[in-house]
Design a protein around this ligand. Sequence first.
Ligand SMILES: NC(=O)c1ccc[n+]([C@@H]2O[C@H](COP(=O)([O-])OP(=O)(O)OC[C@H]3O[C@@H](n4cnc5c(N)ncnc54)[C@H](O)[C@@H]3O)[C@@H](O)[C@H]2O)c1
Ligand SMILES: CC(C)CCC[C@@H](C)[C@H]1CC[C@H]2C3=C(CC[C@]12C)[C@@]1(C)CC[C@H](O)[C@@H](C(=O)O)[C@@H]1CC3
Length: 346
Amino acid sequence: MATHLRSAGKKCTVIGGSGFLGQHMVEQLLKKGYTVNVFDIQKRFDNDRVQFFLGDLCDKEALLPALQGVSVAFHCASPAPSSDNRELFYKVNFMGTKAVVEACKEAGVQKLVLTSSASVVFEGTDIKNGSEDLPYAKNPIDYYTETKILQEKEVLSANDPDNNFFTTAIRPHGIFGPRDPQLVPILVQAAKSGKMKFIIGDGKNLVDFTYVENVVHGHILAAENLQKDSALCGKAFHITNDEPVPFWAFMSRILTGLNYDPPKYHIPYWLAYYLALFLSLALWLLSPLVTIKPTFTPMRVALAGTFHYYSCERAKRDMGYKPVVSLDEAIDRTLQSYPHLRRAKA
Ligand SMILES: NC(=O)c1ccc[n+]([C@@H]2O[C@H](COP(=O)([O-])OP(=O)(O)OC[C@H]3O[C@@H](n4cnc5c(N)ncnc54)[C@H](O)[C@@H]3O)[C@@H](O)[C@H]2O)c1
Ligand SMILES: CC(C)CCC[C@@H](C)[C@H]1CC[C@H]2C3=C(CC[C@]12C)[C@@]1(C)CC[C@H](O)[C@@H](C(=O)O)[C@@H]1CC3
């Protein structure tokens, strides 16, 4: 059945709909004929076709009005990974997700699609073509990842076919695209301050970077295929561009596309890692006197210097997923969307 026919008359709520991924979700859902509510702690755009509900997802009572008459809830809210605030991550990603599950059940929502992360299995060492059967990280690389694991377990275990409540989790990796506040802006900031001169390791490590429209496509397919006895119930799915790329080739392509020089000197992985660790320790010791957010963190070094790419075969098999935008096209569209970050040619 055509997607637009299946989605006719469907009403959904995007929790975190003001965010980078959330806004792209809203745009595609509207295009596909969904009626869309947004629930978020902040309002970041205006659209007459969207009903906004402002509130904190940790508050079940605040969530309930946004879920009335809704058949699908997409939960893509999270504090930013860079905040590195353990208490906040625990409160929002774990306790807040429990509130989301409770509110969905109470409001009679039938399907809950969580945006998890492929990082839930990443411990800072190589993962090549990892499947969803890899165990959760025993030593997650940061508090963000630690609470994404708790969150995913909470949502998947809430799947309850007997009570007509179905849950699934999408695990994207390295989302990028227009309006992303993270990857390209942080990279350009680092280049401007002369910090993008070094390639960590030999530069051959393959990584997934996933265009935001492919991630959205995976979420919508998941919602449309999630039903009683389907293979999606209570399961997690990687959604990637299915084109792993050397981390440093990708970074260099973004930098040169915006007229910045690509990194060219190599620094051994372990040296970079211990330097970043030493820097974090020094900044932690100085934190009572001054707060500085480093660009160069052990977590980023691990992401920049190891292989971490994942198989999306399960999503292809169980929901008919296939990326809709190629990596080349995705990079071009992304570069065009950041004219303000482009360096003027000398
Ligand atoms: N960006 C990536 O590379 C990436 C990769 C994998 C997974 N993810 C996951 O995708 C989801 C979306 O990420 P994003 O990059 O769009 O982040 P984002 O920061 O742009 O958006 C998150 C949204 O959640 C909202 N939010 C935060 N706390 C809230 C609360 N207590 N109550 C209500 N709303 C709240 C924010 O206001 C924001 O609008 C997150 O769950 C993230 O963990 C992101
Ligand atoms: C200064 C440099 C060494 C590198 C600068 C680039 C980084 C800012 C990005 C490169 C890979 C990115 C990434 C994330 C954040 C930004 C980067 C580190 C995530 C950790 C964001 C949260 C997601 O859940 C992670 C995921 O599983 O996809 C991202 C992994 C990649």
